[in-house]
Design a protein around this ligand. Structure first.
Ligand code: ARG
Length: 465
């Protein structure tokens, strides 16, 4: 094991177990590009401010670029005994260029270094994630386009309620996913303050230029307070909270797909490539992907809870507890990405059983509200119409028929206002078509919604390009 950077202060070596316990390189190594980029800009700033020489800065930059190249090509492996990525890169730089490398950490601390690295990494990841969610939203919209006239029952309490279309149902998810993208963009916007230059906690005695480093690293401005700069992990929590919402939306969709795949529904059939069999029951085709997404949602909520709990009692400024932020947010990111890249093709290849949806619509009296509305249009107060329809539903239940199967004379026994046109009025397609208010299930209304979704998605696509 190489000598510790802080060896001067210590007379004994770190216990091997403490070393392993303390080390974060196995998970923070994924931020190597951000770490190197941050160091290059920091070195340039030091030279601009006359804190180190131009020559040293140039050597540092060359050295750092060669480290980056070798990590990328695989020529340089991460040393598992290094404390973290920051120590690893600095040690490797010094090994390569000698004394100039030892000047890099002037006017900097790992506390502001880790904060800036993580913020840059998460902002980039949030952008990539937004693109994936936009792809999912697009998938939902494309399915919707094919099913604006595919009638199905809409549910409340998982009881058949009123007729909608499969397009309307898919667009509901598209709305959720667009909100998710908006939140990701917002979280990225909130990551606009650069912690670099906060140093350990109290800034520095050197005349650094924090505006320069902030701008060069793609931030809007330096953060306003050095204590806050190194203590703040709101951006980690905010992103994990948005990821939790994405998972919640994915989980609700998964739950529906699981239901829809069951023999009780059979509204959809998954492509064989996205389903699995049973080791004992030869007839089984299981929606494992959806179940796993539903299951992994709990794990991501766990990451969010871990972060919130880890932060809640920490005195300012940096505490080592904060090293725990990375595994949690990385796990949330990896999980949601894995879910998205699997669920998108699963949805794209999923077959929709329009007939079964229509048949399910025929049962459960989902046109009862429309029958009441029919009487209202003939001048009856809604409450009275509601009661008469309820009586007819009860009679139909007893006879095992649908409202549309009840003879007109029977209807007339309950109310004189019924006429031959009632059958057209309670036809499911009529019920759907009449619901043409904005956001409703009528084909024209859904087509308007789709156009609006596409417009909003295009604006967001531009933002995360
Ligand atoms: N590996 C640490 C982390 O992930 C970097 C910061 C360490 N700073 C310190 N003073 N120990 O948070």
């Amino acid at each position: 094991m190489s000598e510790k950077m802080w060896a001067g202060r210590f007379s004994a070596n770190t216990d091997e177990r403490v070393n392993d316990f303390n080390s974060s390189i196995r998970f923070d190594c994924r931020m190597y590009e951000q770490d190197i980029k941050g160091s290059i800009v920091h070195a340039r700033m030091l030279a601009r401010q006359g804190i180190i020489s131009q020559k040293d800065a140039a050597e540092i930059e060359r050295g750092l670029l060669s480290v980056m190249e070798d990590i990328k090509s695989g020529a340089l492996a991460f040393d598992p005994s290094a404390e973290d990525i920051h120590m690893f890169v600095e040690a490797e730089l010094t090994r390569r260029i000698g004394d100039a490398g030892k000047r890099l950490h002037t006017a900097r601390s790992r506390n502001d270094q880790v904060a800036v690295d993580l913020k840059m990494y998460l902002r980039q990841e949030a952008g990539a994630l937004a693109k994936l969610v936009l792809e999912l939203e697009d998938t939902a919209v494309n399915i919707a386009k094919k099913h604006t006239r595919t009638v199905m029952p809409g549910y409340t309490h998982l009881q058949r309620a009123q007729p909608i279309t499969f397009a309307h149902h898919m667009c509901a998810y598209a709305e959720m996913f667009l909100r998710d993208v908006k939140k990701l963009i917002n979280a990225m916007d909130n990551m606009d303050e650069c912690p670099l230059g906060s140093c350990a906690l109290a800034g520095t005695t050197y005349k650094t230029d924090r505006v320069y480093t902030a701008k060069e690293l793609g931030f809007d401005r330096p953060c306003g307070n050095s204590l806050d700069g190194v203590s703040d992990r709101d951006f980690v929590i905010e992103l994990t909270a948005v990821i939790s919402l994405i998972m919640m939306h994915l989980s609700r969709l998964s739950e529906e797909i699981i239901l829809w795949c069951s023999w009780e529904f059979k509204f959809v059939e998954l492509d064989d490539a996205y389903a699995t069999g049973s080791s004992i029951m030869p007839q089984k085709k299981n929606p494992d992907v959806s179940e796993l997404i539903r299951g992994k949602t709990g794990r991501v909520y766990g990451d969010l809870m871990a972060l919130l709990t880890m932060m809640k009692g920490l005195p300012l400024a940096y505490d080592k507890d904060m090293q725990e932020d990375k595994e949690a947010v990385f796990d949330a990111l990896d999980t949601v990405k894995m879910c998205l890249i699997t669920v998108i093709p699963m949805l794209q290849t999923m077959k929709v059983n329009e007939e079964n949806m229509a048949n399910a619509g025929k049962k459960g009296f989902i046109n009862a509200t429309d029958m009441a509305d029919y009487l209202v249009r003939k001048g009856m107060p809604f409450r009275t119409a509601y009661k008469i329809t309820g009586t007819l539903v009860a009679r139909c239940v007893k006879e095992g028929i649908g409202l549309e199967e009840m003879p007109l004379e029977e209807m007339k026994k309950e109310c004189e206002l019924f006429d031959g046109d009632v059958y057209k009025a309670i036809d499911l397609m009529t019920c759907v078509t009449r619901r043409e208010t904005d956001g409703g299930p009528a084909p024209e209304a859904v087509e308007r919604e789709i156009a609006a979704l596409e417009k909003r998605a295009a604006v967001m696509k531009e933002k995360v390009k």
